[in-house]
Design a binder for this molecule. Structure first.
Ligand code: GLN
Length: 194
């Protein structure tokens, strides 16, 4: 099985490790550049994107991450991870950097305060077997998307999942549902890239 790392700086790392394992992948935490160099794919978890950005810089991971993404590393980001994969944030906090790679602009906390958390069934192109239960927690949405990227799911008229080559991003958290189909899609992408 391919080795899929989970960026373990902040956020729901354990849930992604469990979901990847459930999808038949070998999952391991990544905190150091040497660990990043050893994986065939990477998940950037949900959490808080400014914190993940600052810790990635402090741990010397931001540039190595950008380099591996440029070199074609498959990466899946959920929620804060989606923000980390965006080429641009509409409303970044000061000093907030992204890894980038997906030709899109994201809006943080887009669904608003009174709706900080909700669930909705979302049809995701490329995920067979019916809609996935989308868990949205202070979720971003995709404000605009470039020609290189493809929206693969929408909710109330806003794109909430995107794919661009070996990069996958969802505004919601399939790692919290026990349904491993999105992680299985990503594991397939990692296998295809190897
Ligand atoms: N709103 C958070 C951020 O900006 C993301 C929330 C999440 O990952 N559940 O990073």
């Amino acid at each position: 099985a391919p080795a899929i790392g989970v960026l373990a700086l902040q956020g729901d790392v354990r849930e992604h490790v469990a979901a990847l394992t459930g999808a038949g992948a070998r999952a391991l935490p990544v905190r150091r550049p040497g660990e990043l160099a050893a994986v065939d794919g990477l998940v950037i978890p949900g959490g808080e994107s400014t914190t993940i950005s600052k810790l990635a810089t402090a741990f010397g991971l931001l540039e190595p991450l950008r380099e591996r993404v440029r070199a074609g590393l498959p990466v899946y980001g959920s929620c804060a991870g989606m923000i980390m994969l965006a080429d641009k944030i509409l409303d970044p906090r000061s000093g907030q950097e992204t890894v980038g790679g997906i030709d899109m602009i994201v809006r943080r906390n887009a669904f608003g305060r009174q709706n900080e958390s909700f669930e909705a069934a979302v049809e995701v192109a490329g995920v067979p077997g019916g809609p996935v239960q989308g868990v949205f927690i202070r979720a971003p949405w995709v404000e605009s998307i470039g020609a290189a990227a493809e929206s693969i799911a929408a909710y109330e008229g806003h794109s909430v999942a995107v794919r661009q080559g070996p990069l996958l991003a969802t505004a919601f958290h399939p790692e919290l549902t026990g349904d491993h189909r999105v992680h299985a899609l990503f594991a397939d992408m990692v296998r295809a890239a190897r």
